[in-house]
Design a protein around this ligand. Structure first.
Ligand code: SF4
Length: 368
């Protein structure tokens, strides 16, 4: 594998997730984010990250989304502070889009119109992306859907310079399971229903993996992830078949083609930086093997990324099956083999080996 394939320059598309909002009053089903995060190092760390981003840009990397979370900024204790932060704005100036995670149900901190005004200022390069979980228990409740449409429109009404480039609606896999109760899993059906509500012209409905942010050594995290992968791949196949003739696509089927894994993402949380892994979506896993030590500067980080990739070539009791597999390179690139090692599983966990899409998915959203 060429070095450039696993690092940051040469047109690679890069996202940065900032886990810097703290406090949340919601208890969304399936939520695994840290609702209280230590923000004591954020000020100095954002300065270091700004220098790092500048270098990535100088080396030809394409900085796509700066993603603000993990809790809803509309209720987080420091939500307004983040939206008005000059340091966050400096980081945003390197990215095409600012992406904000919110339930879009609560105006404790600011009104939705004011949120639009603040985002208009923060998204220096004009792209605004809104990201919200959908409460699938309310999928047949038109009032819930209307309220969501109204609140998103209010945010949009506050934008004068900026434009909404995408509205991501996430359907947590575990929601689908709950909704289905003891009948069949209805996740793909739910996603199609949400699509047909036409909540926003730029909507993109995505299935959310039970994300093992707080570690795969936790048995519940570990099991949730592994149980979901095979079924989620089936769901994505069902969606791929339903969407095949639609333009534009409104549901995400991530690219599984080894040549098309263009996205590289990092997550900053509590003074640490991690490389995200990629299964069917980009996931933060707070394990040391994915951590990028300081200094956060182009050359040292590039070496770390190369080493992370090469480490996956060492045989372990959990990756014997991967050593001879045709998908080995694609899985290394996505850190799938490291996930197996950390999770302590020998069986294949890559969606590449489950999907019916042939030769691989070609209808993914990718990065526009
Ligand atoms: S995780 Fe599965 S698809 Fe990937 S290299 Fe291992 S055996 Fe192959």
């Amino acid at each position: 594998m060429k070095e450039a394939d696993v690092t940051m320059g040469d047109g690679r598309t890069i996202d940065l997730v900032l886990d810097i909002s703290t406090g949340c009053k919601f208890h969304c089903t399936g939520c695994q984010v840290r609702r209280e995060v230590d923000v004591s190092k954020v000020d100095s760390d954002l300065d270091e990250l700004a220098g790092f981003l500048e270098e990535i840009k100088a080396n030809g990397g394409r900085l796509h989304d700066l993603i603000l979370g993990p809790t809803d900024v509309m209720v987080a204790r420091n939500g307004v502070e983040i939206l008005k932060s000059e340091k966050v704005k400096r980081l945003a100036s390197y990215f095409e889009n600012v992406q904000l995670i919110s339930t879009f149900t609560d105006e404790s901190n600011v009104s939705f119109h004011e949120l639009g005004v603040l985002l208009d200022d923060l998204a220096v390069n004009g792209g605004v992306r809104l990201n919200t979980p959908f409460d699938t228990r309310k999928v047949d409740n038109p009032r819930y859907v209307e309220r969501m449409k109204r609140n998103l429109a209010a945010v949009e009404g506050g934008l004068t310079r900026g434009k909404i480039t995408k509205v991501f609606i996430g359907v947590p896999y575990v929601y689908g399971q709950k909704y289905a109760k003891d009948t069949n899993d209805l996740t793909s059906e739910i996603m199609m229903k949400i699509r047909d509500y036409e909540i926003h012209p730029k909507v993109n409905i995505d299935i959310l993996t039970p994300h093992p942010r707080n570690g795969l050594r936790d048995i519940i995290n570990n099991e949730n992830l592994l149980i979901s992968i095979e079924r989620m791949t089936e769901i994505l196949d069902e969606i791929a078949e339903d969407e095949v003739d639609r333009q534009p696509k409104s549901m995400t089927v991530h690219e599984l083609n080894p040549e098309e894994g263009r996205l590289l993402a990092f997550t900053y949380a509590e003074g640490r930086l991690y490389k995200n892994v990629f299964l069917q979506e980009s996931l933060a896993i707070f394990e040391s093997c994915f951590e990028i030590p300081k200094p956060w500067a182009y050359d040292p980080v590039k070496s770390v990324l190369v080493t992370m990739n090469l480490n996956q070539t060492f045989p372990t009791e959990f990756n014997a099956v991967c050593m001879e597999c045709e998908h080995n390179e694609a899985c290394r690139r996505r850190d799938v083999i490291s996930i197996k090692n950390v999770a302590g599983v020998a069986q294949c966990i890559s969606p590449l080996s489950f999907t019916r899409q042939k030769p691989y998915a070609t209808m993914a959203e990718g990065k526009e």
